[in-house]
Design a protein around this ligand. Structure first.
Ligand code: C5P
Length: 293
């Protein structure tokens, strides 16, 4: 008897903008960006199975925060891929939502990217990474870099990506103070911005050089996001005061903030202390860079 195909899984890691400079607003309404993007070892999980029709089930800690409206990014990604390939959408998708929703770490974008990659494989479409980038760019500014899922220099509205190779391994603690700040609103509240013109540094695999570079940059969206949600300022102050912290900042358009640590023990202690002091916050100990997926 033939065995029933079990389907396949995909990991959708959290995206972190180590810096994010905003340039001019373009004719298409989007702003030009420059950003250094890395991925953490924490993320959402997806599972894909062949099925007669397209369906999505969401489970996990943040499932209830994600409405199953037709414009859900996972379903939109599945439909966009079908349109590209000229086929019917036939898959049962299960999303385990571990990452907070609308939180600046690309949860929705990473899910959409993992959907494109997973269904490309499930349906044997054979689209190249370039082909997936093109579909991804239609879905949102951060989706192409999430298809790459590797350290990248990002430009344009987010669709121009240069893969950077190895980045220093650094322990990280992610904190979300429980407020959702819509990306469009944060851009609309932007007053000051650094503009374009930073070059990717050479020694990204050296922790000291990476941190020195980051000190020379900003996240231009941090100030407007803090103005919209003062809890972001609280999270940043608490992270900055954690023993052993070497750098902290907000990611993307917020509200998730991150802190990088000199060593694993300091990051472990900070995460445990923050989780205890702020039980309503999402606190996640993870890692960026280093070898392996
Ligand atoms: O592309 P995405 O759906 O993530 O963008 C959400 C909103 O954020 C856009 O509608 C736009 O208002 C703003 N945005 C922008 N410039 C970018 C990315 C997003 O102004 N590069």
């Amino acid at each position: 008897m033939p065995t029933r195909p079990e389907g396949l899984g995909a990991f959708a890691p959290a995206k972190i903008n180590l810096f994010l400079h905003v340039g001019d607003k373009r004719a298409d309404g989007f702003h030009d960006l420059e950003s250094l993007v890395v991925f953490a070892r924490t993320g959402d999980e997806l599972h894909f199975e062949r099925a007669p029709a397209l369906s999505l089930k969401v489970v996990g800690p943040f499932a209830s925060k994600l409405g199953l409206e037709p414009d859900n990014l996972v379903l939109r990604a599945a439909r966009a891929l079908c349109a590209e390939a000229g086929i019917e959408a036939t898959a049962k998708i299960t999303l385990t939502k571990n990452l907070p929703v609308a939180s600046g770490i690309g949860g929705g974008s990473a899910d959409a990217a993992a959907t494109l990659k997973g269904l490309n494989e499930l349906w044997d479409l054979g689209l190249s990474q370039e082909g997936l980038f093109e579909v991804a760019a239609q879905l949102g500014s951060d989706v192409p870099v999430c298809v790459a899922s590797e350290p990248a220099w990002m430009e344009g509205r987010g669709e121009r990506i240069m893969l950077l190779g190895k980045v220093a391994r650094l322990p990280i603690v992610l904190v979300n103070p429980g407020v959702a700040v819509p990306t469009g609103k944060v851009f609309a509240a932007l007053n000051e911005r650094r503009g374009m013109g930073v070059e990717p540094p050479e020694a990204l695999d050296d922790p000291g050089a990476l941190l020195a570079f980051l000190e020379s940059t900003t996240n231009d969206l941090e100030a407007p996001a803090k103005a919209l949600a003062p809890e972001i300022g609280d999270a940043l102050s608490v992270l900055a005061a954690s023993p052993g912290v070497v750098f902290c900042r907000m990611s993307g358009s917020g509200a998730t903030c991150f802190a990088l640590f000199a060593d694993d023990d300091a990051a472990d202690r900070a995460a445990a202390t923050l989780a205890e002091r702020f039980p309503a916050w999402w606190v996640m100990r993870s890692q960026i860079g280093g070898a392996g997926p």
